[in-house]
Design a protein around this ligand. Structure first.
Ligand code: NDP
Length: 433
């Protein structure tokens, strides 16, 4: 905390990870101290911050702050998304880059950890303003990234449109047509199933958790938060498996549809009109809309937080349990507070942390990199099948790592340990760097 003052999300993430690695750290204490392993693990290899000036449609100039944190390249080129949201600061990008390192390790693919973004607010901006911002952002970022060094992707506020503008500017500045970004459109090097990957992967993970407990998916009631990329494709796959999703939300409020979410309507509102989730309740009779928080107060079997960090606190966790919820899997990054996470584990609920549960997105990004390298495109079915197998393998690794240290069923420990051990091995092999 002294070394990183004010970076509360980063401190939270480091503490959570190191606490759960205790058995591993204790078993290797002397060696880790001698090698300053944990100090190296928690210090990013490189932090880049830069000015992003742009001019709005009225001729007014603005300045935002851009970030790229290149956290750890022990197992591959830095890989991780770009977030555009007014809340973005260095502590948030560092927390995301730190977590990304272990998540990427869990996928089994050769990708290191990084994250970036800006405090720019895309809400209410015209396409032209978004393009201006993205071009300005890339005009500095391009010199730090590359298909074999650092490959950014989307995150909150960065979808297909933004990736397109960023890619166009990178190509213009470098002359390179290479896989430097993932989440690209299908006409210029994108991968089929990347859009769906994080949400689909999350549901594949839920499936493994249920199967492992001898349960089925059919007929389960699910509460989902958020209404962006992850929330939408989580809902889609959950419905394909016969589950009933009853909620969605955004930063203004949440909807409850007792008959199950009508996903075509959601896609129309969010993907076509770029509207608000409130419009769903306005368009459909019998749907409740509530301002503010409260999505976790509904009765459900399974809760899948897919919006943002710290959106589910201890009170929410208790309410979920009291209402019969028995499984929580994180589509977002660190959506549960530390107290909520501890409550899930202590009260015997099944709980899968984001770094394992939402790893399908980055895994499929790595598959996009492979396709770009061989200049071929795989079919939707091919990519989806690989994604499904990756999620099955992540569940196995997490489950086995927890068992190995005597903490069966504690997937927080399992995910951190399994992700960490591979990174440590790669770091050790490469010397003190
Ligand atoms: P989107 O921008 O598509 O959607 C984000 C959703 O979360 C929106 O509904 C947004 O509402 C809501 N939200 C964002 N910030 C807040 C906030 N401060 N309070 C309440 N609601 C908020 O992003 P994604 O769906 O891509 O990302 C969602 C989460 O999943 C993030 O934690 C991200 O890091 C994580 N993730 C995403 C991956 C991906 O492939 N996209 C991969 C792995 C993890 P509003 O419109 O009102 O802001």
């Amino acid at each position: 905390a002294e070394k990183n003052p004010g970076e509360k999300e980063f401190q939270q993430a480091v503490k959570e990870v190191l606490d759960s690695l205790r058995p591993v750290i204790e078993a290797n204490e002397e060696q880790y101290r001698k090698d300053a392993l944990l100090e190296r693990m928690t210090e990013p290899e490189r932090i880049i911050t830069f000015r992003v000036p742009w001019v709005d449609d009225n001729g007014q100039a603005h300045v935002n702050r851009g970030f790229r944190v290149q956290f750890n390249s022990a197992i591959g080129p830095y890989k991780g998304g770009l977030r555009l949201h007014p809340s973005v600061n260095l502590g948030i990008i560092k927390f995301l880059g730190f977590e990304q390192t272990f998540k990427n390790s869990l996928t089994g693919l050769p990708i290191g950890g990084g994250k970036g973004g800006s405090d720019f607010d895309p809400k209410g901006k015209s396409d032209r303003e978004i393009m201006k911002f993205c071009q300005s952002f890339m005009t500095e970022l391009y010199r730090h990234i590359g298909a074999d060094t650092d490959v950014p992707a989307g995150d909150i506020g960065v979808g297909g449109r933004e990736i397109g503008y960023l890619y166009g500017q990178y190509k213009r500045l470098t002359g390179l047509y290479e896989g430097v970004l993932t989440g690209k459109g299908l006409t210029y090097g994108g991968s089929l199933a990347r859009t769906e990957a994080t949400g689909y992967g999350l549901v594949y993970m839920v499936r493994e958790m249920l199967l492992n407990a001898g349960m089925t998916m059919e007929g389960k009631t699910v509460a989902v938060s958020g209404s962006g990329n992850v929330a939408i494709y989580t809902t889609e796959k959950a419905q394909q498996y016969g589950m009933k999703v009853v909620t969605l939300s955004d930063s203004n409020g949440w909807i409850y549809d007792p008959n199950g979410i009508d996903l075509d309507l959601v896609k129309q509102i969010k993907e076509v009109r770029r509207g608000r989730i409130k419009e769903y309740a306005e368009a459909k009779p019998g749907v409740e809309y509530h301002e503010g928080k409260g999505v976790w107060s509904v009765k459900c079997d399974i809760a899948l937080p897919c919006a943002t960090q710290n959106e589910l606190d201890l009170e929410d966790a208790k309410q979920l349990k009291a209402n019969g919820c028995f499984l929580v899997a994180e589509g977002a990054n660190m959506p549960s507070t530390r107290e909520a996470t501890d409550f899930f584990l202590e009260s015997g609920m099944m709980f899968m942390p984001g770094k394992a549960a939402n790893a399908g997105g980055v895994a499929t990004s790595a598959l996009e990199m492979s396709q770009n390298s061989e200049r071929l495109s795989w079919t939707f079915e091919e990519v989806d099948e690989k994604l499904h197998n990756i999620m099955i393998n992540i569940f196995k690794k997490v489950d086995e790592a927890a068992k190995k240290y005597g903490y069966e069923g504690n997937y927080v420990m399992g995910a951190n340990i399994a992700g960490f051990e591979k990174v440590v091995e790669a770091m050790n092999a490469q010397g003190i760097v």
